[in-house]
Write a protein that binds this ligand. Structure first.
Ligand SMILES: [Zn+2]
Length: 255
């Protein structure tokens, strides 16, 4: 079974003590490739360095909506220069977070619009964070147009998933799907077209139900694959193959 972890913050400080071992455990578990999304401009050099650990690690560069205090005037120009020079597999993490309190919503929207425009101009896919903000993300995508990508850690409705599919967006499914109480997510995951699904861990965050409260890591992706396969009545190997194909298509990786 070969899997792509489409969302892993491997450069996070939680992995400083044992990053190489984390990558080795992932490989041993069949997670041979990982997409590492960026969060803010100061972090991009570290992210690039983390990707040099293994040829299966691929960077995306972007400005996360909950890191507002790290973003400054001019960072979108810096981002454009990085993207044109480094040729990442995607732009992100970017998006909208209407869940955490105290975040400036106008500022979030301005940064997100800048990412959408850069994605439209470069043709690169977007990695989008949409927490309690899926409708606002859909409106933003419609307004800018001609973009594609993935809404990671998707927690929206079937109808929202359908709208995103029509707009060229996949949905990323991770640890939350393993929780018994996630009934709506279970229905969505069973209903969406197979070609819209990719898998992710969002490590070090969002551990599965067997590792509640612990640091998550990419080696746990097979559990997500098994649960999603079960919900769709498929063999895990078939789901792994399909979601790997989807991830490769989205991020331009070799099949
Ligand atoms: Zn993330």
């Amino acid at each position: 079974m070969m899997l792509v972890d489409t969302h892993c913050h491997l450069d996070a400080s939680e992995f400083d003590p044992d990053r190489e071992a984390v990558v080795a455990r992932a490989r041993a578990a069949g997670v041979t490739r990982q997409i590492l999304p960026g969060t803010h401009a100061d972090e991009w050099p570290l992210l690039r360095e983390a990707c040099q650990l293994d040829p299966g690690l691929h960077a995306a560069y972007g400005m996360h909506p909950t890191f507002l205090e790290h973003h400054a005037d001019g960072h979108l120009d810096v981002l454009e220069a990085w993207v044109r020079r480094e040729r990442p597999v995607a732009i992100g993490e970017c998006g909208l977070d209407h869940y955490l309190e105290g975040l400036d919503l106008d500022a979030q929207q301005r940064w997100f619009d800048g990412h959408l425009e850069l994605a439209r101009d470069t043709g690169l896919p977007l990695i989008v964070h949409a927490r309690r903000a899926v409708d606002a993300v859909i409106r933003s995508i419609r307004r800018i147009g001609s973009v594609h990508g993935v809404v990671h850690s998707f927690a929206g409705s079937e109808e929202q998933a359908r709208q995103l599919h029509r707009l060229g967006f996949l949905i990323g499914i991770g640890g939350p799907v393993t929780y018994e109480r996630a009934k709506r997510m279970h229905r969505v995951v069973a209903a969406v077209p197979l070609e819209q699904l990719v898998l992710e861990t969002d490590a070090p965050d969002q551990p599965d139900s067997d590792h509640r409260g612990q640091r998550n890591e990419p080696a746990r992706l097979p559990r997500v694959c098994e649960v999603v396969a079960g919900l769709r009545g498929m063999a895990p190997g078939d789901l792994a193959e399909a979601t790997t194909r989807n991830a490769c298509r989205l991020f331009g990786l070799a099949q």
